[in-house]
Design a binder for this molecule. Sequence first.
Ligand code: CP
Ligand code: NVA
Length: 313
Amino acid sequence: MNAAAAPLTFSNDLLTGMEWNPTQVRELLHLAADVKAHPDRYRGALAGRFLALIFEKPSLRTRVTFEVGISTLGGSSVFLDHTETKLGQRESIPDVAKNLERWVQGIVARTFSQESINALAENASIPVINALSDRYHPCQALADFFTLQERFGGLRGLKLAYVGDGNNVCHSLLSIAARAGAYLRIATPAGYDPEPAVVSEAKRTARETRGKIELCNSPEEAVADAQAIYTDVWTSMGQEQESAAREAAFASYQVNNKLFAHAASDAVFMHCLPAHRGSEVSGEVIDSPRSIVFDQAENRLHMQKAILLTLLN
Ligand code: CP
Ligand code: NVA
């Protein structure tokens, strides 16, 4: 079999979003579209399979979309609430992983630290899916690029601006934008930029896909001619003690109508949610017809079903 015809071998886990190459990301976007258009085709695909859902932080979208997605594929989930006790507190993370792999066929984990998710993956032979950590939120970014693909018909050269904190969501948008061949411009205040290692990996990948990654400190520069403007909270879960300093540092980074005036006339607004109206986004923007935040939220369901089908079948 020649290389072009060889089946794609996906990594067993989705830990960062960087483990999948541009072709695999394209396949996944294609599968998500099929899952959304023809949900009945996939009913029963996870029959008899169980997934453990470990959450150290609160969640609306991620928890509901995984639980609904797993059920509609015929599988079952077991929710492990770690919002009161940290994972690894009662017994070590390696021991948790080695127990779980004896009972369930996959783990979905939202943890404070990326290292906890990595430790689950290192110690369990079953797939581990990152449902958000301090550093990455790959399910979110994959669903977001699926939403953009639906909206604009393609991703190559698509101009997306991200304004705000160089956080977990920003890191995952970087990785997936690069794989999709999109043009991502990021504006952060000095000191809040994304990690250099994540940026350089994205720039390297973007060279292969003819995508483009640019960083600056000016929101107006980042959004010039953008087709979509994305923002996220200024204070992520786990950073609450920094919130006053962050409110001050990000004060001029609000996405509002004045900033939108610099973007393309039909530009859309994106946010992973939950949002804080009056901080990172004005009510007039998030509640306007150009906002596609609930399409993003809906597509978490379809994209995560595609991820589960890819990793568990
Ligand atoms: N966007 C997102 O992950 O939402 P939740 O925190 O509600 O899961
Ligand atoms: N950056 C945010 C995303 C929430 C979905 C956080 O980590 O809290």
